[in-house]
Design a protein around this ligand. Structure first.
Ligand code: ATP
Ligand code: MG
Ligand code: FE
Length: 349
């Protein structure tokens, strides 16, 4: 199966062509990502109206480039997949409409994909991954632990009670005067810091569930940021923040691994989403996974933050199962990954 995937749910206009064999091996034939960071940087965050307009300007060109780099014509595709939500609805509608039009024009099947389902399968873009697995989804808008039994068959074990992990990185970075997006900037600064002098609060310690909370850390770090005088102070604080976020992700994942291990023989922890690009987060998770006798896998770096290869792959996996979407599939600004409707068409929510 060869599928064109489109992603426009936030501030990346992306298109990708992915081939999926019946045995489940995925090959990325092309992956084009146009980041709008420059359009939004002056505002310190994503401005929905600017994002939607930029998607309108870019989507056709980005899609053409993905097809050209894959060396394929539209006639050689087996389907078109586009993110149908969750995300900024103006942006989602751009990719969704473009995808439907491309599918209709060529008489191809169309698949509306949940953006989070894309993140959930993204590790499969780098290595074969068998279901089921335990997933830590850590992105700009989500921080969840999920039991992933298959496409459209996931249940949530825990979630954040306030901010997402990426949001915590972004907000603390902003308070420290770093640019947007904050995660990569904070990681870079932390490399020259030593956070051991800061004692940041630890949340939810000892709780039996698998939930997360970052608001206490955010408040404490923002206050400390005001008191930073030198570049070294800021680097040390960045290192402390990064360690504290990584530590909480690891602690809560370890709780989930203990529960998960009682139900499943195949022990695999997968991390996905933008925060999975963070090297300290990866290595901290890898260490607790090893302690719990879990294998550990993260997507290739390029497929942690938003991209369309993960959307093409999720679409291809759905097509393999015979799951397609109606052409009147609606954009869904909110769309939890673990609801039963994930399997069905996201039509008229
Ligand atoms: P969602 O997927 O929940 O809708 P999103 O699509 O905006 O949100 P992603 O693109 O998956 O999120 O991830 C972006 C987030 O990842 C941002 O919050 C960003 O700061 C964070 N991030 C990216 N790279 C790093 C890094 N190296 N270290 C820490 N955080 C990072
Ligand atoms: Mg983004
Ligand atoms: Fe995302």
């Amino acid at each position: 199966l060869v599928v064109l995937g489109l992603e426009t749910s936030c501030d990346e206009t992306a298109a990708s062509v992915v081939r999926l064999t019946p045995g489940g091996t995925a090959t990325v034939l092309s992956s084009v990502v146009h980041s709008q960071i420059d359009d939004h940087a002056a505002f310190g965050g994503v401005v929905p109206e600017i994002a939607a307009r930029s998607h309108v300007e870019m989507i056709a060109g980005v899609s053409e480039r993905a097809m050209a780099e894959a060396g394929l014509g539209y006639g050689e595709l087996d389907g078109v997949a586009a993110t149908a939500g969750p995300g900024l609805v103006g942006g989602v509608m751009v990719g969704l409409s473009f995808g439907k039009a491309a599918a209709l024009a060529r008489g191809l099947p169309f698949v509306g994909v949940n953006h989070l389902e894309g993140h959930a399968v993204s590790a499969r873009l780098g290595a074969p991954v068998a279901y089921p697995f335990l997933l830590l989804l850590v992105s700009g808008g989500h921080c969840q632990l999920l039991e992933v039994r298959g496409i459209g068959d996931m249940s949530r074990l825990g979630t954040t009670i306030d901010d997402a992990a990426g949001e915590a990185f972004d907000k603390i970075a902003k308070a420290m005067g770093l640019g947007y997006p904050g995660g990569p900037a904070l990681e870079k600064l932390a490399a020259s810091g030593d956070g051991s002098r800061f004692d940041l609060p630890r949340a939810l310690l000892g709780r039996k569930d698998c939930d997360f909370s970052f608001s206490g850390l955010k408040t404490a770090a923002s206050r400390l940021a005001q008191a930073c005088e030198t570049d070294q102070d800021r680097a040390d604080l960045a290192d402390a923040v990064q360690s504290a976020i990584a530590r909480q992700l690891a602690e809560r994942s370890e709780r989930a691994m203990k529960d998960y291990a009682e139900k499943h023989e195949h022990r695999l922890l997968v991390v996905a989403g933008g925060v999975a690009a963070n090297k300290t987060v990866r290595s901290t998770l890898e260490a607790v996974a090893a302690r719990q006798s879990f294998s550990f896998l993260a997507p290739p770096m390029a497929y942690c933050t938003d991209n369309a290869a993960m959307i093409a792959l999720a679409g291809a996996e759905r097509l393999q199962l015979g799951l397609t979407s109606d052409i009147d599939t609606a954009a869904r600004p909110r769309w939890p990954l673990d609801e039963a409707r994930a399997l069905a068409d996201p039509v008229h929510p």
